[in-house]
Write a protein that binds this ligand. Structure first.
Ligand code: 5GP
Length: 194
């Protein structure tokens, strides 16, 4: 997605060879117009897949997931990192290793919001080593829901996530694919002129 690639070049900051900071438009300050365009792009790609729900992990997946749900006209489920006292229903849970915090955390989804009647689209802001998406796939599997695909805003293609998820048979659609962050430069996998 050209608009997103331009924004990454303009406002993204390469923190190291493995980490990109995009807090000016994606996960701290949010650009709603860009989010809306991204949601429409995800919806266009996955619209024939019979999706009944979008799922993401709090917090930075929520904005792109909500705009995707809006475009597909389906509800959005947010897997919780901290289970509050209001989550009284039975839960499905999975452990996830956090790429940015370098520690494990547990994500939980109530059985009341996802079931075997659902076909799910997973949305997340980044794909690094695929652990967040794998955790969401595990929750869908536990609840009997089918995973129709995975939509990623920024894929770092030089890390292991894509191949790991493809081994699980996932259809992955990324709006921007980064080939390298070496020398503090963002290089994309290919010129995407859409
Ligand atoms: P994975 O689970 O694929 O290893 O990592 C994906 C998760 O880690 C995303 O949900 C995202 O929040 C975070 N993440 C991974 N790489 C980056 C990055 O380069 N920059 C930022 N801001 N977050 C990242």
């Amino acid at each position: 997605m050209k608009l997103l690639e331009e924004r990454i070049v303009q406002d993204g900051r390469v923190l190291s060879e493995g980490v990109l900071k995009v807090d000016q438009f994606l996960n701290h300050q949010i650009d709603p117009a860009l989010m809306q365009a991204m949601g429409e792009d995800f919806a266009n790609y996955f619209e024939q897949k019979g999706i009944t729900k979008v799922i993401t992990i709090e917090a930075s997946g929520i904005a792109p997931a909500v705009f995707t749900g809006l475009s597909l006209d389906v509800p959005v489920v947010v897997a919780k990192k901290n289970v509050g006292i209001t989550m009284t229903d039975e839960l499905a849970a999975a452990d996830v290793y956090s790429f940015t915090k370098q520690q494990n955390y547990t994500i939980s989804v109530s059985k009341s919001v996802l079931s075997k009647n659902d076909t799910v689209l997973i949305i997340d802001d980044f794909l690094a080593n695929g652990q967040a998406a794998l955790g969401l796939m595990s929750i869908c599997q536990q609840l009997g829901a089918a995973v129709a695909g995975i939509g990623i805003v920024i894929e770092k293609s030089f890390q292991t996530g894509r191949s790991l998820l493809e081994e699980q048979g996932a259809d992955i659609y990324s709006l921007a694919r980064i080939r390298s962050l070496e020398n503090r430069q963002v290089e994309f996998v290919e010129e995407n002129l859409s």
